[in-house]
Ligand binder design. Structure first.
Ligand code: ADP
Ligand code: MG
Length: 514
């Protein structure tokens, strides 16, 4: 197990959209820990009731009876703004109410112990993290402070910050944020594989519960003790709304067609409880079909006292989902195409996410890569968390700023650019710092701003203002500026405060008090 600087054991947490998982590092490999229900995966679900707060299985089990106070998939909201298109779209589909907070960040509204309460996404995530921490503490029999948390490659500065804040609220010291595909590649120890000193190209195919991410990584191999392998994200592709839940939905639609065919048109479509029970049965059947050729979808007294039982074969399952499967392959093509790379130059294909257990997905991948052996020996829904927690900084995908740092730049990174004055005798220059790819700054995310003052009066364009953009291993950015001519080393550092929970507020939330 890795001892970290702050002392004590460190844990690795994969805070998934649908499931989370925690691992400790021991005997040179990550050990995934089962929760109080004996499950290695804990649903990333939090529920509020008249009497208590529930996390994990307990929350899922009462979801049908308490839909508006049961929060699923909060990872889709974390670190985003209320008016973001994706937040608006997701909020439409959620049974719980989402409103805009005073800083434009989304707030989730629930009834808890008879009172209305509003939670920031990072607070809900912190409850899941606290549960994962407890799971590890029970297993190790000691308090745990230090954690590494994984996030998707495409998470921006604000989403990473909010994830760190969620950890802090859960009483954790977040040592590092690691990109999920990087963590998966580390779990397989690919950075240690000799390849005659060539860079290793790894494709990570992550098909989870609600999201699908393909990442192409380059790994500089470990050549000596100091060099621990540098990971570079070459390209990413995927779909934020494609995953196991969509396969379940196709099965639910099929079951509903069967039900109406047998019993005539009934109002089952508006029976929320029936639909949820049917979905659970379909998901169970789907998992079965990964190891058997045929199974049944069975629900007692599904609707109007009528039992439902239907046989489903693997080939029917594949037929029902063929469009979704081909979407996956298109994204894979796009990722390689964006990287201008041929599939033959991929050294390893790593399967991540519970849905890659689907035989059809594995077969398609194997065929696509010409019969290649896939990295699938580690449980795919655990691969992300079995990475060693105390690794040195890795590269990751970074985000652009003011057109200075291009998309997909490996981090940590430092870049500098010279700026100058726009007007004659200008003594103050304001630097807004944006994150985003649009040429129109209004479409980008304002991370913060600062002013450089005391510039000696001069004609416009004379001053030389040296601005440095520095992104650390967690993907958190610092910007500093210096007037080169005055030699007065006045530099300013800004960290992203945009929409982040103020420090005092985080402090107030530790430990969680509900
Ligand atoms: P997350 O997206 O939260 O990272 P996971 O990687 O744990 O989630 O994947 C969860 C998804 O994997 C769920 O949709 C689940 O139904 C699916 N899944 C788990 N086991 C299997 C299996 N044996 N066959 C097919 N799908 C599976
Ligand atoms: Mg995942």
């Amino acid at each position: 197990m890795a001892a970290s600087k702050g002392g004590g054991p460190a844990i690795g947490i994969d805070l998934g959209t649908t499931y989370s998982c925690v691992a400790v590092w021991r005997h040179d490999r990550g050990k995934v820990i089962a929760n109080d229900q004996g499950n290695r995966l804990t649903p990333s679900c939090v529920a509020f009731t008249r009497a208590e707060r529930l996390v994990g299985e307990a929350a899922v089990n009462q979801a049908a009876l308490n839909p508006t106070n049961t929060i699923f998939e909060v990872k889709r909201l974390i670190g985003r703004r209320f008016r973001d298109e994706s937040v608006q779209e997701d909020a439409k589909l959620w049974p719980s109410k989402v409103v805009a907070g005073r800083d434009e960040r989304p707030l989730i509204v629930v009834q808890h112990k008879g009172k209305e309460r509003q939670f920031r996404p990072e607070e809900i995530s912190s409850m899941v993290l606290a549960k994962m921490r407890e799971t590890a503490e029970v297993y190790l029999g000691k308090a745990i402070k230090n954690a590494v948390i994984t996030v998707p490659v495409y998470f921006n500065n604000s989403q990473r910050q909010a994830t760190i804040d969620a950890g802090t609220i859960a009483g954790l010291n977040v040592m590092r944020i690691i990109n999920e595909p990087t963590a998966a590649a580390l779990a397989y120890g690919l950075e240690k594989m000799p390849l005659s000193n060539k860079r290793r190209t790894v494709l990570v195919f992550d098909l989870g519960g609600g999201t699908f991410d393909v990442s192409l990584l380059n790994i500089d191999p470990v050549t000596n003790k100091k060099n621990k392998g540098v990971f570079e994200v070459v390209a990413i592709a995927g779909d934020t709304h494609l995953g196991g839940a969509d396969f379940d939905s196709e099965m639910v639609k099929y079951a509903l067609r069967e039900f109406t065919r047998r019993h005539g048109k009934m109002d089952i479509h508006s029976n929320q409880k029936a639909l949820r029970r049917l979905r659970t049965a379909c998901e169970r059947a789907k998992r079965m079909l990964s190891s058997t050729a045929q199974t049944t979808i069975e629900v007692d007294s599904l609707h109007d006292g009528i039992d439902f039982c239907a046989t489903i074969t693997r080939s029917l399952f594949e037929e029902l989902n063929k469009d979704l499967f081909s979407k996956c392959m298109k994204a894979l093509d796009k990722c390689l195409c964006d990287a201008k790379m041929d599939k033959s130059s991929v050294h390893d294909v790593v399967l991540v996410g519970g849905s890659t257990r689907t035989p059809k997905v594995q077969n398609m991948l194997r065929e696509f890569f010409g019969g290649k052996q896939l990295c699938q020996t580690i449980n795919p829904d655990e691969a992300v968390r079995t990475a060693p927690p105390s690794r040195p900084p890795f590269s990751a995908a970074a985000k652009p700023t003011m057109g200075v740092i291009p998309r997909n730049t490996a981090i940590p990174t430092k870049m500098a650019k010279l700026f100058t004055t726009l007007y004659d005798n200008q003594t103050v220059v304001c630097f807004p710092v944006y994150e985003g790819e649009s040429a129109d700054t209004r479409d980008n995310n304002l991370l913060g701003k600062f002013a450089l003052t005391g510039i000696p009066p001069a004609p416009k364009g004379v001053a030389r203002l040296h601005v440095t953009f520095d992104i650390d291993a967690n993907g958190v950015m610092n910007v500093s500026a210096e007037d080169l001519d005055t030699a007065k080393k006045k530099s300013v550092t800004i960290i992203n405060h945009g929409g982040r929970m103020p420090k005092e507020e985080i402090a107030r939330l530790v430990p969680i008090e509900i």
